[in-house]
Design a protein around this ligand. Structure first.
Ligand code: PLP
Length: 380
């Protein structure tokens, strides 16, 4: 098997599974219980929070455990809009956000909020000036993704943070699900108020996530109940999930340093191969994370190629895992001005530390042959 769909999800590090199992089996106490078992579990939870905070160079009190990226994004957007709606009902975002942002924005529109969806250029980048132009007196939040899940484009978070630093009443949320542990960034230096992360994108386990919320920032909680996570996210804490997430993040960060140049080389190799093929086009801009490469193969039906490759043990995806089943055309590529018939035939190869040159050589040979064969079948 050659797995090249790491932006959909990654294979957990074996050590992460081991730590989850050990904690779930041996430290099953409820962290809220006042007896020894509860206190042991609470200690582990505090340690996991402190480890994550240290890795992200923030305070433990700024870390909230969630169930993943979707919850983190909902918690940030709904939490801010509900609490600050008396201050204003205008939010700025982009046309290329993940559905866990886009759908929330649509719900907020139903609740009377006005949302500005900023366009992107042909490379997939938002213009910082455009953000400035759209700021109003009643703007309460700007939400911009860090790395696009379909193309890998890295938005200019540093400059956006710098701009928003001049507007202390506007909160800055960043969906960092595809970025964390894969492209360095300082939340503090870039004036980020909220940053969403998801463990299964960095070799952690599904159902675990982290929301960074700057100290002192209040959110209206999505979940009301026993008041866990300092009243921001009620529900008995997933201690084993938190401990394994801390481990995954540390390992991912170490891995990034060790494997970055290898992944960059693999990216160059894939791009070169794709650029040498007839009727294919690479859509990921140069300023992208090296582990995501988006390309189109004109005239090829996306799901047909995906399944033909799968038969040969190669796993890639259409533009994003969420839209792949609903057969929707990539909104990111459309927003970049890619014609619909090309966007319909687009694919995403996404790499991780385990991938190597030999398997990529094999995958690219099979990809070329399969596209060639499918074109032949279609023209008969
Ligand atoms: C950019 C982005 N945001 C949010 C999410 C949702 O994360 P989760 O699957 O943890 O809910 C994803 C998942 O693909 C994503 O790519």
């Amino acid at each position: 098997m050659i797995y090249l769909d790491n932006s959909a999800t990654t294979k957990p590090f074996p050590e992460v599974i081991e730590s989850y199992t050990a904690v779930a089996a041996n430290y099953f106490g409820n962290p809220s219980s006042i007896h020894r078992l509860g206190m042991e579990a609470e200690k582990l939870l505090m340690q996991a929070r402190a480890q994550i905070a240290a890795l992200l160079e923030v305070k433990p009190s700024e870390i909230y455990f969630t169930s993943g990226g979707t919850e983190g994004n909902n918690m940030a957007l709904k939490g801010v809009s509900s609490l600050y709606k008396t201050r204003g009902k205008h939010i700025i975002t982009t046309r290329i956000e993940h559905d866990s942002i886009k759908r929330v924005m649509e719900q907020l529109e139903q609740d009377g909020f006005t949302i500005t969806y900023l366009p992107v250029d042909e490379q997939g980048f938002v213009a910082v000036d455009d953000i400035k132009k759209h700021i109003q007196n009643d703007t309460i939040l700007v939400s911009i993704m860090h790395v696009n899940n379909e193309t890998g484009a890295i938005q200019n978070i540093a400059e956006i943070g710098e701009l928003l630093n001049h507007y202390p009443k506007i909160l800055f949320h960043v969906d960092g699900v595809q970025a964390i542990g894969k492209t360095p960034l300082s939340f503090k230096d870039h004036h980020i108020d909220l940053y969403t992360m998801s463990a299964h994108k960095f070799h952690g386990l599904k159902g675990n996530g982290i929301l960074y919320a700057k100290e002192g920032l209040l959110l209206s909680p999505l979940l009301a109940g026993g008041g866990q996570e300092r009243n921001m996210r009620s529900g008995t804490e997933n201690v084993a999930g938190a401990v394994s997430t801390a481990k995954a993040l540390r390992m991912q960060m170490e891995n990034y340093k060790m494997h970055f140049s290898k992944i960059q080389e693999l990216n160059k190799f894939i791009r070169k191969q794709l650029e040498g093929m007839d009727g294919t086009m690479v859509h990921s801009p140069v300023h992208s994370v090296p582990h995501i490469i988006n390309f189109s193969a004109e005239g090829i039906k996306a799901e047909v190629l995906i399944h033909a490759l799968e038969e040969k043990g190669i796993f890639i995806s259409t533009t994003s895992a969420c839209s792949s089943k609903t057969n929707t055309v990539s909104k990111t590529l459309l927003a970049m001005g890619v014609p619909e018939h090309i966007a319909e035939s687009s694919f995403r190869i996404s790499l991780a530390y385990e991938n190597n040159k030999k398997e990529l050589e094999e995958a690219m040979t099979v990809l070329k042959e399969t596209i060639h064969w499918l074109r032949g079948v279609m023209n008969k």
